[in-house]
Design a protein around this ligand. Structure first.
Ligand code: PLP
Length: 391
């Protein structure tokens, strides 16, 4: 159903249409890439909605509206990377403030918090956010923010957004959820009480491994204004070409996520039965400790999974290096399948002792399951396991 503004209740329609109407002047179906740094003014201070591209750009605006609509939020802000988006949330804080962080987060997020912001006198407590009581216990008078990913990177743990939102709000703190792994097609954290949703657009939203970008979405106009102030003042904004590519990506997000989820589920079930595999972390498996919460807050379980092998580090390194279709690379969420070794790649920045406490072992391998024929993906993993880990 669409209303008079052309907005639809249906995600698939909004993915394609939200944020852009065919150009009234030319009829262009896709938003032009407004490659301009500045905009003519009719009189000093009288612009036509745009003054300077760091502050605002029509291609970026189309993307920001599209992303806000997909997350079911009122306001969207796009950034030059996921890290720039996350950094902007921390800009809301002041020296002396305290943040409670889910302990399993992207290694770069961990690095930003501890190696950058601890020097600015922010304090971070890393806790098991799958346990809302552990989050509650860590909240102090100084806590201004709770930061969580769900599913988490790389262990695919599930945080109960609704319960953690209650705990954060009871402590007068904001809840920010990094929704990169799930995407708004599968999970909309604002609906469960989150105040800010963060994304690395580099992943599923872009979807084709050809841009780096980030976004923040909120329903709160005042919060959005503050985020906009830092977006413009710090200046880590995306160029219009990157915005155009993400807009192209979001149009096919629903069909891609359906196939990512289908392929990942099939591989997770197969790996779960494989003799060389110790544990499969995939929230779609009924044996996953977060399965019920995931089933309640997600529409499907996504394309990411991780697998633990009880094998020497050298064998695991050979396994991830020798797959044929799965490419050894950091990042995730593109159409192609990727494989990586978190302990030495994406989470190498997390100190070894903390990795151990979190459960990021040397035997852990992360898969970003792409859209290739799932039979080919299974054969690739089976053949490589036989050559490297099963011997
Ligand atoms: N959040 C998650 C869950 C990620 O996996 C990543 C990157 O891998 C980021 C944020 C950072 O995004 P970017 O690489 O676009 O800066």
């Amino acid at each position: 159903m669409t209303d008079e503004d052309g907005d639809s209740d249906d995600f698939e329609t909004r993915a394609i249409h939200a944020g852009w109407e065919p150009d009234p002047q030319t009829g262009a179906i896709m938003p032009p890439i407004y490659a301009t740094s500045t905009f003519a003014q009719d009189a000093p201070g009288e612009d036509r909605g745009y003054e300077y591209s760091r502050t605002g750009n029509p291609t970026r605006m189309a993307l920001e509206e599209n992303l806000a609509s997909l997350e079911g939020g009122e306001h969207g802000r796009a950034f030059a990377s996921g890290m720039a988006a996350i950094n902007t949330v921390l800009n809301l804080l002041s020296a002396g403030d305290h943040v409670v962080v889910g302990r399993d987060v992207y290694g770069g997020t961990h690095r930003l918090f501890t190696d950058v912001y601890e020097d600015y006198d922010l304090e971070f407590s890393f806790v098991d956010a799958t346990d809302p009581d552990a989050v509650a216990a860590a909240i102090t008078e100084e806590t201004e923010l709770v930061w969580a990913e769900t599913p988490t990177n790389p262990l695919l743990e599930i945080v109960d957004i609704e319960r953690v939102a209650v705990v954060a709000h009871d402590g007068d703190a904001l809840l920010a959820v990094d929704n990169t792994f799930a995407t708004p097609y599968l999970q909309q954290p604002l609906e469960f009480g989150a105040d800010i949703v963060a994304h690395s657009l580099t992943k599923y939203l872009g979807g084709h491994s050809d841009i780096v970008g980030g976004a923040l979405i909120t329903d709160d106009a005042e919060l959005d204004e503050r985020l906009g102030f830092y977006q413009n003042s710090v200046g880590a904004t995306p160029d219009p070409f990157a915005c155009f590519l993400v807009l192209r990506g979001t149009k096919t997000l629903p069909v891609r996520m359906d196939r990512h989820s289908e392929n990942a589920r099939e591989l997770a079930e197969w790996l779960d039965e494989h003799s060389a595999v110790e544990t499969v972390h995939y929230p779609g498996l009924e044996s996953h400790p977060g399965h019920e919460v995931a089933a309640a807050q997600m529409d499907d379980f996504g394309g990411m999974l991780s697998v633990e092998f009880d094998a020497p580090l050298e064998a695991v390194r050979r396994f991830v290096s020798e797959t044929d279709i799965f490419t050894l690379a950091e990042s995730l969420g593109g159409v192609e399948s990727l494989i990586e070794h978190p302990a030495t790649m994406t989470h190498g920045a997390v100190p070894a002792e903390e990795r151990r406490k979190t459960g990021i072992t040397d035997g852990l391998v992360r898969l970003s399951v792409g859209l290739e024929a799932v039979g080919d993906l299974r054969t690739d993993l089976a053949d490589t396991l036989e050559k490297t880990i099963e011997i």
